[in-house]
Design a protein around this ligand. Structure first.
Ligand code: FNR
Length: 378
């Protein structure tokens, strides 16, 4: 790894493990923003289960295999990626670091890892696009109630070179998050995460006064748009009609919903429970991944997130059928600790650990992994 070779003093001061990144983030952040990232819905059972689910599987290595050449590369929607890893959409990054979403965007662009920009980013999508050049970026949409606003977000994303749209469907109502309730903290209320709304002509046309003159009215409208409790497959069809870009649905945990998604012309699925932040007691994503892959039967890529912390987790998810994984909290903590270079370091660590794990398990190509890599022990 580069940090050994270069003896880089700055890199040496950065954490290596997930637990360390989180501990350092806790030191540098105030309680409320740290709690916003660390917290989960209700008792936190799902957040815990997401991580524990990986312990049900153990890797069974093969021996005497030539592992001198290793290949983590995959192709996703015609883009060649260096590893099966994407940065998950995480909003309101200015609560973590002054760079906001520019931190992960630049780190991802530097390493060729796709960045999924959140709809509720503090930095507008056009600025992110400019900072990323030609690097792969996807746009995540919290489907607004107002269809003209949906159209506007999609058009802006297309124009700014985002190459796929991710519609998050598990959050049309915000989860019961006790840490945030205790801290009386919702970052949107103080203007974080509004970068795309406040720069949108359709959104602003719905306001009596511009956001800088009446923040309260503007935030209230944005939150109302996001609380889209009437969202159904009809709205999915509407979104499908608005864009020719690959369209993914994020938040699927039921094979029947996966089949419905295919029937509605979706190009990819993200098995996710929002990192346990939405429905407490919901099933862990790794536990449902095989049944969803079986239902989809290779027709579209199936990605997954929630609980990915290290290389072994990535190997297990890929072996159970995921095309790629999204990483959430690990990079959010790294952003808080060291901005863009923190995110860069965390991605490098995940990629390097995954490569080590792949090789030491006796495999040389991530694309060739299947369930024979694993033994279910629990
Ligand atoms: C999220 N997540 C999320 N998802 C999404 O579709 N849009 C968003 O704006 C956000 N915002 C967000 C903020 C914070 C602080 C967190 C921790 C998560 C969910 C995210 O994309 C992903 O599904 C989870 O983070 C994955 O779980 P892990 O890796 O954090 O366990």
């Amino acid at each position: 790894m580069e940090r050994y070779q270069s003896g880089d003093e700055a890199a040496k001061q950065l954490p290596v493990s997930y637990d360390e990144w989180r501990a350092r983030a806790k030191e540098v952040l105030a309680a409320a923003p740290f709690g916003y990232v660390h917290g989960a819905a209700g008792a936190g059972d799902t957040k815990r289960d997401n991580v524990d689910a990986f312990q049900k599987y153990r890797i069974r290595p093969r021996i005497c295999c030539d592992i001198s050449k290793r290949d983590l590369g995959i192709t996703l929607f015609n883009a060649k990626l260096p590893a099966p890893i994407l940065l998950a959409p995480i909003g309101v990054n200015t609560i973590l670091h002054p760079q906001g979403e520019l931190g992960p965007a630049k780190a991802a662009a530097k390493l060729g890892v796709p960045y999924v920009l959140s709809n509720v980013s503090s930095i507008p999508l056009e600025q992110i696009a400019e900072a990323m050049g030609n690097s792969t970026r996807w746009f995540q949409l919290y489907p607004p109630k107002y269809r003209e606003l949906t159209k506007s977000f999609l058009q802006r994303a297309e124009k700014a070179g985002f190459s796929a749209i991710v519609v998050t469907v598990d959050s049309t109502l915000l989860g019961w998050r006790e840490t945030d309730l205790r801290n009386a903290y919702l970052p949107f209320l103080i203007g974080h995460g509004m970068g795309n709304y406040f720069t949108d002509p359709v959104f602003c046309s719905q306001l009596k006064q511009p956001p800088h003159e009446n923040l309260e009215e503007a935030v209230k409208l944005a939150l109302e748009e996001g609380n889209n409790t009437c969202f159904t497959w009809q709205e999915v069809d509407f979104i499908r009609q608005q864009t020719k870009l690959p369209l993914l649905i994020k938040g699927i945990t039921h094979p029947d919903d996966a089949i419905m998604a295919l029937e509605h012309g979706i190009d990819g699925l993200i098995v996710s429970n929002h990192g346990g932040r939405q429905l407490d007691g919901a099933v862990a994503t790794l536990d449902v991944l095989p049944s969803i892959c079986e239902a989809v039967n290779g027709k579209v890529p199936v990605l997954m997130d929630s609980g990915i912390r290290r290389g072994a987790d990535i190997l297990k998810a890929i072996a159970l059928g995921a095309s790629a994984v999204l990483v959430g909290r690990p990079y959010a903590y790294a952003l808080a600790v060291a901005g863009e270079s923190g995110v860069e370091e965390v991605i490098r660590q995940l990629v390097a650990e995954t490569e080590f794990q792949l090789a030491i398990s006796g495999r040389h190509s991530i694309q060739d992994l299947d369930a024979s890599l694993l033994v279910k022990v629990k």
